[in-house]
Design a protein around this ligand. Structure first.
Ligand code: FES
Ligand SMILES: [Fe+2]
Length: 393
């Protein structure tokens, strides 16, 4: 295991496996997945929506994540709170809608009623629960909320990790001109299932080496100007949009129509930037729009991509055209990426692959693999340990 990797890879004192990817079994193994949920996913921030998506008291969004269902809801006092979407009586799911507005949250099973701040305020047949029953003890279970630049996040468990603002601190100056608090949704959340492990989607997102090979459109738009860097909690990728007109009609039209954006400095007028936050979501920043994308793990080999686009309101015709053309260009990029991640997942089930070397250029992949190994040391093993390993001390 590790010794062999050290001999053959470019290891370091801190991580002898630093020059290697995670082994294939970690992309298909049920026990490894359970460990990831416990040690990586539950203690991480998850992006849910933007403040402007739930502007009024009672507005809510439901967010399902690693087997939990969470309701993010604005209270009568204007504060945003999150709760487990579970009734404190018999454990029934309360809210079914993805989005909505509620005066109160009423459980469909026996009618227990909760206020927007989670307090239990209505219990049919209350005396039947005895004199010791106090509704104060049975409010909805709270889930931690964070807010950064107008976006709202939840975290199932606090393991002492940084806030989203602290994660993004190295890039605060770059983000500031985009006016994130003023963003408004351009449509609804889309959910796209993928038959791959969640890490493959994240690896592919931060993979700079494939851009010139597998995305001819990005190659035409950006030349070889694509860059990747990794900071402690965030990967940043960027690509300048060239002036040289692309041979592709949509790309050429995007280059032509993309208007000057008054609130952006000159060096950001023609720059696409991508931020991937540990461990499983990203924010794509274009001059014309901003979107987020989460890859929500469902099982070792199934993942749901959840995404939505936002923009600072701008009714100019050329801006509308640029936004439409951006969608067309990236629809093609997404189709190419879907093919790539499917290819990798297929390889993870093959006995012909265990681990692969990572180039010095693959800084983001190296960083991610190192963090996973630090949290789950069994990720150093080239082959899956025998069943039951995660229960052993
Ligand atoms: S389970 Fe909700 S009221 Fe009984
Ligand atoms: Fe890609």
């Amino acid at each position: 295991m590790g010794t062999e990797l050290t001999r053959r890879g470019a290891g370091t004192e801190e991580d002898p496996d630093a020059g290697w990817s995670l082994p294939a079994w970690t992309y298909v193994d049920t026990e490894f997945f359970s460990e990831e949920v416990a040690r990586i996913l539950r203690p991480s921030w998850q992006i849910v929506c933007h403040d402007s998506d739930i502007p009024a008291p009672g507005d809510f969004q439901r967010f399902d994540f690693v087997g939990e269902s969470i309701v993010l809801i604005r209270g009568a006092d204007g504060a945003v709170r999150a709760f487990a979407n579970v009734c404190r009586h018999r454990g029934a799911r309360i809210v079914d809608a993805d989005v909505g507005c509620a005066k109160k949250l009423v459980c469909p099973y026996h009618g227990w009623t909760y206020e927007l701040d989670g307090r239990l305020s209505g219990v049919p047949g209350r005396t039947g629960y005895g004199p010791a029953f106090d509704p104060v003890d049975h409010g909805l279970a709270s889930v931690e909320v964070d807010r950064w630049q107008g976006f709202l996040f939840v975290r199932l468990e606090d393991d002492g990790g940084p806030s989203v603002a602290a994660m993004m601190a190295p890039y605060a100056e770059q983000i500031a001109p985009y006016r994130f608090p003023d963003l408004r949704a351009m449509g609804r959340v889309t959910l796209r299932p993928r038959a791959v492990n969640w890490k493959i989607i994240g690896d592919n997102y931060s993979d700079g080496l494939h851009i010139a090979v597998a995305h001819p459109g990005l190659r035409r738009l950006m030349g070889d100007g694509y860059g990747v860097e990794a900071s402690a909690h965030v990967d940043r990728m960027w690509g300048p949009i060239l002036d040289l007109p692309s041979a592709n009609p949509s790309e050429r039209a995007y280059q032509h129509f993309l208007p000057t954006v008054p609130h952006l400095p000159p060096d950001r007028q023609r720059l696409w930037t991508y931020f991937k936050l540990w461990p499983n979501f990203a924010i794509d920043i274009y001059p014309d729009q901003v979107d987020f994308m989460s890859w929500l793990p469902l099982s070792p080999t199934r993942t749901l991509i959840r995404e939505i686009s936002y923009a600072v309101p701008d009714d100019r015709r050329e801006m509308k055209a640029a936004r439409y053309l951006n969608w067309r260009i990236n629809r093609q990029v997404n189709a190419e990426d879907t093919d790539l991640v499917n290819r990798v997942q297929a390889g993870m089930a093959s006995s012909g692959f265990s681990v692969g070397p990572l180039s010095e250029q693959e800084v983001a992949l190296r960083h991610f693999c190192g963090r996973v190994r630090a949290r789950i040391p069994q990720a150093r093993l080239r082959t899956a340990p025998s069943a039951g390993w995660s229960a052993r001390p």
